[in-house]
Design a protein. Structure first.
Length: 287
């Protein structure tokens, strides 16, 4: 089965969604649902893609180090843009959580390294929220409302280097709790646990992709900037300053050109100064 987003003939659809999954049994439902193809070659980690949907998935293996390394490798191999959404999906242990229930990790703790992360835009209307503790070994959970996993912290630590924090997510399905021992978990159980959450994950993806599109729009360099670069000589620093000013300008004046401000300029510095003056006038116009 595949999401309706696959319909159409457009290739290389953006925004990109990058999945980092520890186990093949966790990844299989995603691979099947989004019709991801295995990428041949001497990949350090197995990679699957569907360019029509803009999905890439990597199987990291267990543990924080593997999750961090696989995240970095996928970022390099996929050419993921800075507006890509990054998702860590897998199973997790809980003390009081319902078996098979999906949670979004909104607070992720690495007790060993004393690191705390607050990843992702919160989707509390679609999915339950939880704290995740990332540990080095499978450990029974002794605190209500907390999930245990072995990858989330390492994943988030590195995924936030490639996209903004709001586009980095860790979703976990409860696989064991105080009433069901983790020793009962096998590949078929894991496959079923993840597979049963696909519709919910698809609803989350709709929201995530909307956020990604907004981030893409925010980060993209307006066409006007390229025209201004052709007219005046800008240093690297001044180019970055102009891009920042143009983004602010587009927020205030989404349908207004800066052409008049450029016509009045004789140098690159004049262009930046004119935009600053116009934005300042707006800020203090109280009439």
């Amino acid at each position: 089965m595949v999401s309706d987003r696959s319909k159409g003939e457009v290739s290389n659809v953006e925004p990109t969604v990058c999945w980092v999954v520890a186990l093949k049994s966790e990844a299989k439902p995603i691979i099947s649902y989004f019709e991801l193809d295995h990428q041949s070659g001497n990949n350090i980690f197995p990679i699957y893609r569907n360019d029509k949907l803009g999905h890439s998935l990597i199987i990291s293996g267990v543990g924080q180090i593997n999750a961090a390394a696989a995240t970095t490798y996928l970022a390099s191999e996929s050419g993921a843009p800075p507006w890509a959404a990054w998702i860590n999906l897998g199973i997790a242990g809980s003390m009081d959580g319902e078996i098979g229930k999906l949670y979004q990790g909104v607070k992720v703790i690495n007790p060993t390294k004393e690191k705390v992360f607050f990843p992702g835009y919160r989707f509390s209307k679609i999915v339950s929220l939880a704290e995740i503790q990332t540990l080095d070994y499978p450990t029974p959970v002794k605190k209500n409302g907390v999930l245990h996993d072995m990858e989330a912290s390492g994943f988030i630590d590195f995924a936030t280097r490639f996209s903004c924090n709001e586009l980095v997510f860790s979703f976990k399905v409860v696989s064991d709790n105080s009433e069901q021992d983790m020793k009962l978990i096998d590949k078929m159980v894991v496959n079923s646990l993840i597979g049963n959450r696909l519709q919910q994950l698809d609803a989350l993806l709709d929201k995530i992709i909307t956020l990604s599109k907004r981030e893409k729009q925010r980060l993209q360099i307006p066409d006007e900037v390229e025209e201004v670069f052709k007219q005046f000589h800008f240093s690297v620093t001044m180019k970055n300053q102009l891009i920042q000013r143009l983004r602010k300008w587009k927020i205030q004046f989404p349908n207004r050109s800066i052409s008049d401000l450029v016509k009045e300029a004789k140098t690159a510095a004049d262009v930046i100064r004119n935009i600053d003056d116009a934005l300042t006038d707006l800020k203090f116009d109280w009439t």
